[in-house]
Design a binder for this molecule. Structure first.
Ligand code: MIC
Ligand code: SF4
Length: 654
């Protein structure tokens, strides 16, 4: 049977199950990546599994998120990661070396390989033809130990690209177009696979921008074929040996095909405050802009920053605008420094930020209240910047640079007319100077026992999960709406440094819903727990969108949450809930959602029995005196994990 590219890679990595759309499969993972904000927990969990060495072909740890170092926590985490990785056989990219996805693309990602990462933008490596997926830290820890990774054999959405992008329109506009078609909801269990004659004009960094922000679709991953563009990129990185051609069979059939004529695309933006709130730049023209930020794992490649530097060269940033630029990797900064583009950026008034996630995860550069911020990033969830009243538009580097000069949202195609700026055609480099001196090689198995792991007191072993109760009696601690992201559940920004201390971090669960001078969500949860009541969360559609942070399950677990009932739950978050023994349930009749309120007392007499063998269970709302039904979309393995009190216990016993 003719295969899609996705299924070709899956076939080669299948360990358990049958490759039939919708059924659970276990696949072999070749590579893993972790970053510091999720990686510290992932490493602690790996240690709890009692293994002394990773069993993947390659595992890499990156430090790129927690870089601000207010207080000792971040540095303590860095030192722990540097030492534990050396001991257990993991390469370690030190702070300053760049953003995990950009560096992984440059130095490690390979066509046809499987990769999982404890970060939702791991699909960036799909730009090079890897099947790369985001996962919770515990799933990554299990894969590092050689265990399979479980997914639903996906539906494949084919995205047929024809034509060639016009001047001033770039990869970001392609993925924004895809988001306008598919939105951020309803794509769970799908892979977006790109094909068509338009591919030949998209280089690997452009493809990686598209697969990176594919995470916002909620798909399992996005993937491009491996072709002459891939070969050229790998050759420039001194990795020609990693190249292999890879494409879908010519007559492969897709579950759905979307046609996009690149020639017809125009500059787009994701308006506040969702990545799928897509508007044409021309419709936003003349909106005042106060901040422009360029970088993140979406748009910080050599090509992107060279484009920006060429636009800004010899000009000055508009007096009303603050411009910040965070190059994606040390390789990119070095290239810009060597060819003079860095000086052009500095001379224009750009503030050069270090090569890290920085403002993308609310580590600085919070905008003023209601001030428009244009960012080349991938997420504009409300408040993610650190300013609750933020107004973030996600745009291409071309559009960002245009606004930096004019102080208004400006269609970059106008730049030639109004400022006499020709479209910068950036040629791909055929070779780049390679310098991996900031990537620490792990100690040999012989030397590993001598490595001392540095463990500061701010690093606290994550609490253990408990078995689901036989009978559940619990309080609805929160009744929240649609599209609740993991940023709502577990804020990052100023609280990011608490990642390696669950009891402390748990204090800010659902912080955005806390009212001044009222008990917080955590206070209410702990009070219910003290009265022997279980905690329940009720939510609308797409609960747990966004990041892979397992703290969005781990911290609620610590607060006594046993059950989430939602209209739908996103893939990575759903797996994280199961991993920490919180039961993810779905309303059989979505209208029941409206009949429940915060503080209602719910009861499920045969809770544990349902987990053992039933696809549904009945909940009694004791406060409002009615019954409703919930569905359990669980595989046999999911059930076993829940009943074993979470994945760590399950894995230890297997
Ligand atoms: C994000 O973009 O939200 C993050 C920060 O990279 C997260 C990971 C985390 O919360 O540490 C992600 O996307 O998975
Ligand atoms: Fe870092 Fe932002 Fe990319 Fe997440 S989305 S990995 S915070 S740059």
């Amino acid at each position: 049977m003719p295969d899609t590219l996705t299924y070709k890679i899956l076939h080669k990595h299948l360990i358990e199950g049958t490759l039939q759309t919708g059924s659970e499969i276990g696949i072999k993972i070749d590579q893993t990546l972790t970053q510091d904000a999720t990686g510290t927990t992932a490493m602690l969990l790996f240690e709890s599994m009692g293994l002394d060495r990773v069993r993947t072909e390659l595992s890499v740890s990156y430090v790129d998120h927690n870089m601000a170092q207010f207080g000792p926590e971040n540095h303590n985490d860095h030192l722990y990661l540097q030492s534990i990785t050396q001991k257990v056989g993991i390469y370690h990219s030190r702070p300053g070396n760049g953003i995990c996805h950009q560096v992984h693309l440059e130095r490690f990602a390979k066509p046809a390989a499987t990769l999982i990462g404890s970060d939702s933008h791991t699909p960036t490596a799909g730009g090079i033809g890897a099947l790369a997926m985001g996962a919770g830290g515990l799933d990554v820890a299990v894969a590092m130990g050689g265990g399979p990774f479980y997914i639903t054999a996906p539906k494949v959405i084919g995205i047929n690209l024809t034509g060639k992008l016009p001047a001033w329109v770039s990869a970001k506009d392609v993925i924004l177009k895809v988001l306008s078609i598919l939105s951020t909801r309803g794509n769970v269990g799908c892979v977006a696979e790109y094909f068509g004659p338009g591919l030949q004009y998209l280089n690997v960094p452009a493809r990686a921008t598209i697969t990176n922000m594919g995470a916002e679709l909620g798909v399992t991953t996005s993937v491009f074929p491996s072709d002459q563009q891939t070969k050229a990129f790998l050759t420039a990185q001194g990795r020609a040996d990693d190249y292999q051609p890879l494409a879908a069979d010519p007559d492969a059939s897709y579950d759905r095909v979307i046609d996009i004529d690149l020639t017809k695309l125009t500059p787009l933006a994701a308006a506040p405050s969702s990545p799928d709130n897509i508007v044409a730049i021309s419709e936003l023209a003349d909106t005042n802009v106060h901040q422009v930020l360029i970088g993140s794992c979406t748009n910080s490649s050599y090509r992107d920053l060279m484009t920006v530097a060429s636009i800004l060269k010899g000009r000055t940033v508009h007096p009303q605008v603050e411009l910040g630029i965070a190059p994606g990797s040390r390789q990119v900064i070095n290239l810009l420094a060597a060819n003079g583009a860095l000086a052009d950026l500095v001379s224009s008034g750009a503030r050069i930020l270090e090569s890290s996630c920085g403002p993308c995860i609310g580590q600085g550069q919070s905008p003023g209240q209601n001030k428009v911020s244009l960012r080349t990033f991938n997420r504009n969830f409300k408040g993610r910047t650190g300013t609750p009243e933020d107004q973030v538009y996600l745009v291409s580097p071309e559009t960002a640079a245009a606004a930096a000069l004019t102080g208004k949202i400006t269609d970059p195609r106008m730049l030639t007319g109004i400022l006499n700026i020709p479209y910068p055609q950036i040629e791909d480099l055929t070779t780049v100077p390679i310098d991996d001196n900031m990537i620490q090689t792990p100690a040999s198995p012989e030397d590993a026992p001598n490595i001392q792991v540095v463990r500061a007191p701010t690093i606290v072993t994550p609490p253990a999960a408990e078995q689901p109760p036989v009978e559940l009696t619990g309080t609805v601690l929160l009744h929240c709406g649609d599209k609740i992201t993991t940023d709502h559940i577990m804020p990052a920004g100023a609280f990011l440094k608490l990642r390696s201390n669950v009891p402390e971090y748990a204090k800010v669960v659902f912080n955005c819903f806390n009212e001044p001078n009222q008990p917080t969500f955590a206070d209410r949860a702990l009070a219910a727990k003290a009265e022997n009541k279980h905690g329940i969360i009720v939510a609308g559609d797409s609960y747990g969108q966004g990041s892979s942070r397992e703290h969005a399950a781990l911290c609620p677990m610590y607060l006594g949450i046993k059950l989430v009932i939602a209209k739908t739950i996103e893939r990575i978050h759903c797996a994280n809930l199961i991993n920490f023994a919180i039961v993810p349930a779905i309303f059989q009749n979505p209208a029941d959602y409206d009949r429940i309120e915060q503080n209602d007392l719910l009861s499920v007499p045969n809770f544990r029995a349902a987990l053992e063998s039933s696809d549904t269970f009945t909940v009694t709302n004791k406060t409002k005196n009615f019954d409703f039904t919930c569905k359990l979309n669980l595989s046999p393995r999911d059930r076993a994990i829940l009943l074993a009190a979470g994945k760590l216990n399950y894995t230890k016993s297997h």
